[in-house]
Design a protein around this ligand. Structure first.
Ligand SMILES: Cc1ncc(COP(=O)(O)O)c(C=O)c1O
Length: 390
C-alpha cells in the first residue's frame, strides 16, 4: 500500500511529462488517452530496433519481447501471461470474441443500453447474420444503485441468451459497473460474459482472476498511457479453444497465443511500450495515482455541477476517474445540439465529450495525473459561457 510520502507531486508539476498543449484545457483523457514522452521514447526505441534488422527483429526479438510485455501486463491486471494476447484496441478484441462464437437462428446477445456504439454494432452484426438478435439491459441513470443494475441485467437474460457483453466502465455515462455481481448473475443463468473493459486498465484496479469473466478486453492506450493501438484480450483458459483473431494467419490451429501473436507483418511497438507505461504509472503512484484521479474527478464534477447550478452523475462506487454533469440547456437535447456544444467547447480551448442520455445533454470530464482542480475551474468558466450562448 502506498503512503502519502510515496505519491509524487502531480497536476501541473508533471504536465511536462506529456506533449499536451500548454494552453489547451485537457480534461478528456477518457477518449484517446495521452501518451507521455517517456513511453513514446520507449516505443520509438522499439521501432529503431525493428528497422535496424527487420529479419532478426521479427523472427527472434519480437516473439520474446511480445511475451515479456504480455507477462508484465498480465501481472498488472491480475492474470497469467499465457491467457493474454495483444490486439490493436478494445473494438478489435470484442470483434475477435464475437466473430469466433457460433451463434444460430433465434440466439440473443445481451448488451447494455449504455454499451459502446462500435461494440453494439459488432454485436448486431454477428447476431443478425446468424438470424438472432441483440437485446438490451437498461442501465438505470444517472445515479444507479448496484442492486438495480444487477437486476436489470438479470431480467434481460432469457433461455435464448447465448452471451452478455458488459462494459466495465460505460463510455458516455461514465459508470463503473458492479462487474463481479453482474458476471455472477449471468453465470447463474448459464450465460458467458464478454467484458468490454476499454476504460479499465489504469483507471481502476484489476484482478482478472478474481473477476471470473469469460473474456476481458482492455485498452492500455487510455488510462495506462501506453502508445495508441495497445489493446489486449484476456480469455479464460476454457474459452481459448475456437477463439480466433479477426485476421486468420500463419498461427491458425496453433492455439490462442500462436494465432493472436502473429496476424501478419505489423508495427507492434505500441504493445512493447506497455512495459514502459506500467513503469511510468508506478512512478506516478500506481494504486495511489488511481485513487487520486478518482478523488480529483469527484471534486471536479461537484465543482462543475455547482458552477452550472446543475446535477451531477454517479458518485461513490459507481464513479471512477470520469465524472458527468448535466448541461442546463433549455430546449430539446438532440445529437445535433450535442455536436454543436462540443464544437463550441473545442473552439473555446477545451475538449469534453457531450452525450444525449435520457433526453438530457451531459458533459463528461476526466481526471488524470497531469490534471489539477484549476483545470476544472477553467472548464467551468468555458462551459458556463458556452451554455449561455448555445
Ligand atoms: C466502453 C468502450 N468500449 C470500447 C471503446 C473503443 O475503444 P477503441 O477505440 O480503443 O477500440 C471505447 C472507447 O472509448 C469505450 O469507451
Amino acid at each position: 500500500m502506498n503512503t502519502k510520502a510515496d505519491i509524487p507531486l502531480l497536476g501541473r508539476a508533471v504536465r511536462h511529462e506529456w506533449l499536451l498543449d500548454a494552453d489547451f484545457v485537457s480534461v478528456n483523457h477518457g477518449s484517446f488517452g495521452a501518451t507521455p514522452r517517456a513511453v513514446l521514447a520507449a516505443q520509438q526505441a522499439w521501432q529503431h530496433r525493428m528497422e535496424a534488422q527487420p529479419g532478426r527483429f521479427f523472427r527472434s526479438t519480437l516473439p520474446e519481447a511480445l511475451r515479456h510485455a504480455a507477462e508484465r501486463l498480465a501481472a498488472f491486471v491480475g492474470a497469467d501471461g499465457k491467457d493474454l494476447a495483444f490486439v490493436e484496441n478494445a473494438t478489435v478484441g470484442c470483434n475477435a470474441v464475437l466473430r469466433s462464437l457460433p451463434f444460430a437462428a433465434g440466439d440473443e446477445i445481451v448488451v447494455l443500453t449504455h454499451g459502446y456504439g462500435a461494440v453494439r454494432n459488432a454485436v448486431r452484426y454477428v447476431a443478425e447474420r446468424a438470424g438472432g438478435r441483440m437485446t438490451e439491459a437498461a442501465v438505470p441513470f444517472p445515479r444507479p444503485d448496484t442492486e438495480a443494475i444487477v437486476a436489470s441485467v438479470a431480467t434481460a437474460l432469457t433461455p435464448r441468451t447465448k452471451l452478455a457483453v458488459i462494459d466495465h466502465i460505460t463510455s458516455g455515462s461514465a459508470l463503473v459497473l458492479p462487474l463481479e455481481r453482474i458476471i455472477a448473475a449471468c453465470h447463474d443463468a448459464g450465460v458467458p460474459v464478454l467484458v468490454d473493459g476499454a476504460h479499465g486498465p489504469g483507471q481502476v484496479t484489476l484482478d482478472l482472476r478474481k473477476l471470473d469473466a469469460d473474456w476481458y478486453v482492455g485498452n492500455c492506450h487510455k488510462w495506462l498511457c501506453a502508445a495508441k493501438g495497445s489493446g489486449f484480450l484476456w480469455a479464460a483458459p476454457e474459452r481459448q479453444a475456437g477463439l480466433h483473431p479477426v485476421t486468420i494467419s500463419h498461427g491458425f490451429g496453433g492455439g490462442f497465443l500462436a494465432e493472436f501473436d502473429w496476424t501478419g507483418t505489423r508495427d507492434c511497438s505500441a504493445w512493447l511500450s506497455v512495459d514502459a507505461a506500467i513503469d511510468f504509472h508506478a512512478r506516478l503512484g500506481g494504486a495511489a495515482l488511481r485513487d487520486r484521479n478518482m478523488a480529483l474527478a469527484a471534486e471536479a464534477t461537484a465543482l462543475l455541477a455547482r458552477r452550472l447550478t446543475s446535477e451531477q452523475g454517479a458518485t461513490g462506487d459507481s464513479a471512477g476517474a470520469m465524472g458527468l454533469v448535466r448541461l442546463p440547456l433549455t430546449g430539446a437535447a438532440t445529437a445535433a445540439r450535442s455536436e454543436d456544444v462540443r464544437a463550441r467547447l473545442l473552439a473555446a480551448g477545451t475538449d469534453a465529450p457531450t452525450h444525449v442520455i435520457d433526453d438530457a445533454l451531459w458533459l463528461r470530464l476526466s481526471a488524470h495525473a497531469y490534471n489539477e482542480i484549476a483545470d476544472y475551474e477553467r472548464l467551468g468558466e468555458i462551459v458556463a459561457r458556452v451554455v449561455r450562448e448555445a
